[in-house]
Unconditional design. Structure first.
Length: 705
């Protein structure tokens, strides 16, 4: 856990450092003051000693000169009484330690005593020799005394001298008293200064405390309040107490700006939440909000013995609406579907039901009231019926439908993720079952999904392993029943699963993207096989080969290069290659498809539209998309004999295609009567089991002989 070093702590540290610096400066000042006191004391003592020495010198010299003058006659006449009187008078002065009068040989004449015990004795002290030998005024210093001496002469004859000794002990005592007095005065002055310094420090501390309190009240506290408010905003609590301030300074401006920002963020948060939890197109609950609600409800239902049902509804063939009518029409379809589903859920779903758009064309319904299985069944039946009714989009009727998957809690799963996965699996099974129906989830569906995943894994590398091969179904010209070409069909012989139906593995290849690697190989193999086919006679062109092209190959944009490469490497003439594309693949992006098909046309390759009539387009699209032929879907051919509408539609397609110069091919011809009807209506080409089954390339080549 790291300690926080906040603004207030930093301010206090700064104040502490400032005070420490001030105290350090004061300590230095006091130290200097003490040292100065010591220096003053020393200098004072030295000054006083110097002054005392000067004064003593002057006093001693004056006294000695006066004594020398006074003692000249008495010494000459050896008047000891007069000398004694003068000496004793001088000896009584303060600080005088001794007064000695000596003759020319340095012997004591008088010392101020009455009995003159030392009379006639030579002076033996350390200072005597210099005094005796000097004719002038001489001052000598020792540790105890200051000796001032001067010789006494009459004319040029020296008759003796006088010495006066001043005691230094008394002088030093006086100096000490003066120095102590000065030191006491300095100490007293220092105490007064210390008192002022302490007072100033107390005032400084009080100012610092005041500044800290003021900063805490006017700066730190508002900033902490702003930080707490910002934290509340950060956790999404926009209802916390709003900050307000009447201060007319920068902090007041900041508080008011922050309050305004809080209001703005709260408003934007409500808008964002509404957008985040609501589908913008339909106004329904979106995937995120539905998942949160589902998690919450499952948590409440666990252990309560209650059920819950999820219905996954997906619009059938919705992509065709976007591809043919545009995305605006697709949005209109979604809104109409959402309104129909909402009405049905409100009528039959109960108060706790929840409807959400999961994205794209998928809707999810949550049922919680009553017998959820029965309610889900009734609602699914109603939705299949109501959503199967035509929609009016841009003035035209559009027939769609819905596939619904249903899963139950807790029977199928106990978690939200598993439930949604099961619902999606059940919805997919409803589409596999023929669309526009509903299916309940079962454990067997998981096995079907696993089989599909397993099939995708097995399909990878199937071409390299030799499991994929091509067969060729003959295409006949109805006018003379001659073979003019063949359609290349892909087959998969798996070593364990056996022969896999093309409708199954082609769909897996399309959805997984494997078709993008398989398709070019099929094209190259078909071209290589057709290059060896020959015509029945020299007057006819050799048979062509028709190869199916997936929408993924068309969207990739590499199709013209792949075709050119296959024709160049195999030597097949471009006129003998027919490419079959589904109607929805071409009209899904007309501009892109037209550019690619035009590029293919310039090389001589022909393009047919496969399964024509099953999409939303009409023959008017054929004027904008360059195609050479259309293949009428087998569903029209199968019911042509029984259903007059299919017969009329087939006849109309043939007539209108011929008017545009487009070849018509009928697929799924399985009866002679169908062949006769198509020939009578002027259909150009046909293929089907009645005419010929798919066969190997070698068998087809043998058929041409």
């Amino acid at each position: 856990m790291s300690l926080r070093f906040g603004l207030q702590a930093r301010f206090l540290v700064a104040m502490g450092i400032t005070l420490a610096v001030v105290f350090a400066l004061i300590a230095v000042l006091l130290q200097r003051q003490t040292m100065m006191q010591r220096e003053v004391d020393v200098l004072g003592r030295e000054a006083m000693q110097s002054m005392a020495a000067d004064a003593l010198n002057r006093r001693g010299e004056a006294m000695v000169e006066q004594l020398a003058d006074s003692l000249t006659n008495p010494l000459y006449f050896s008047d000891l009484d007069a000398i004694g009187t003068t000496v004793r008078a001088a000896a009584r002065q303060p600080d005088v330690a001794y007064v000695l009068v000596y003759d020319a040989h340095g012997n004591i004449v008088h010392d101020g005593s009455y009995d003159i015990a030392a009379y006639g004795q030579p002076m033996t002290d350390p200072l005597a020799h210099a005094a005796i030998s000097s004719n002038r005024l001489l001052t000598q210093w020792s540790q105890q005394v200051v000796d001032v001496s001067e010789g006494i002469s009459i004319g040029n004859e020296r008759i003796g001298g006088v010495r006066v000794g001043y005691s230094l002990a008394e002088i030093r005592a006086s100096e000490e008293r003066a120095a102590n007095n000065l030191n006491n005065r300095l100490v007293e002055l220092g105490r007064r200064h210390m008192g002022w310094i302490v007072l100033l420090l107390a005032a400084l501390a009080a100012v610092c405390v005041g500044i800290a309190w003021y900063a805490q009240r006017t700066l730190v506290k508002p900033i902490r309040q702003l930080a707490e408010a910002a934290h509340a905003i950060g956790v999404g609590n926009y209802d916390a107490k709003q900050l307000s301030s009447d201060r007319q300074d920068e902090v007041g401006d900041l508080v008011r700006a922050f309050s305004s920002m809080n209001d703005s963020i709260a408003r934007h948060d409500r808008d964002v939440r509404r957008m985040a939890y609501t589908d913008a197109l339909t106004g329904l609950t979106n995937r995120l909000a539905f998942r949160e609600s589902l998690d919450h409800r499952l948590m409440m239902l666990r252990g309560a013995g209650r059920q819950l049902a999820l219905l996954f509804a997906d619009i059938d063939d919705f992509k065709r609406v976007n591809d043919t009518l545009g995305h605006e029409a697709g949005d209109d379809v979604l809104v109409q579907f959402a309104n129909r589903i909402r009405d049905a859920v409100e009528r039959m779903g109960g108060d706790d039901s929840l409807l959400a758009r999961f994205g794209g064309d998928e809707f999810v319904i949550l049922i919680q009231n009553g017998d959820v299985r029965a309610v889900a069944t009734q609602l699914a039946e109603a939705l299949v019926k109501e959503l199967g009714q035509p929609l009016v989009v841009e003035g035209r009727q559009v027939f769609l439908g819905t596939s619904i998957g249903i899963t139950l809690f807790p029977e199928d799963a106990s978690g939200a993720t598993s439930l949604m996965k099961n619902g999606d699996i059940a919805m997919y099974q409803a589409k596999v079952a023929g669309k526009n129906c509903y299916r309940f989830y079962s454990r067997a569906m998981d096995q079907a999904v696993e089989r599909r995943v397993h099939m995708e894994q097995e399909l990878r590398g199937a071409w390299e392993r030799g499991e994929l091969s091509l067969v060729y179904q003959p295409i006949f010209r109805l006018m003379d029943q001659r073979i003019v070409g063949a359609e290349a069909l892909l087959r998969w012989q798996h070593p364990e699963m056996g022969a896999v139906a093309p409708s199954v593995f082609i769909d897996v290849a399309e959805q997984s993207g494997l078709i993008e690697s398989i398709g070019p190989r099929v094209l190259r193999a078909a071209c290589a096989a057709a290059a060896h086919w020959t015509a029945h006679n020299d007057s006819e062109e050799a048979p062509f080969v028709a190869v199916n092209v997936s929408p993924r190959q068309l969207r990739s944009g590499d199709l013209p290069e792949e075709v050119a490469s296959s024709l160049r490497d195999t030597g097949l003439p471009a006129s003998r290659l027919h490419l079959e594309l589904t109607e929805t693949a071409v009209i899904g992006d007309e501009a892109h498809a037209s550019a690619l098909l035009a590029k293919l046309h310039r090389t001589g390759v022909k393009v047919w539209l496969d399964d024509f009539g099953t999409g939303f387009s009409g023959l008017s699209h054929l004027r904008r998309v360059p195609v050479d032929g259309v293949k009428i879907d087998r569903s029209f051919i199968a019911d042509m004999q029984r259903d007059p509408d299919d017969l009329a539609l087939t006849t109309a397609i043939i007539a209108m295609a011929h008017s545009l110069g487009i070849t018509v091919v009928a697929e799924g011809v399985e009866k002679e009567a169908q062949f006769d009807i198509l020939r009578d209506r002027g259909c150009d080409l046909a293929q089907g089991y009645w005419l010929g089954h798919p066969m190997s390339a070698a068998e087809f080549a043998h058929l041409l002989i």
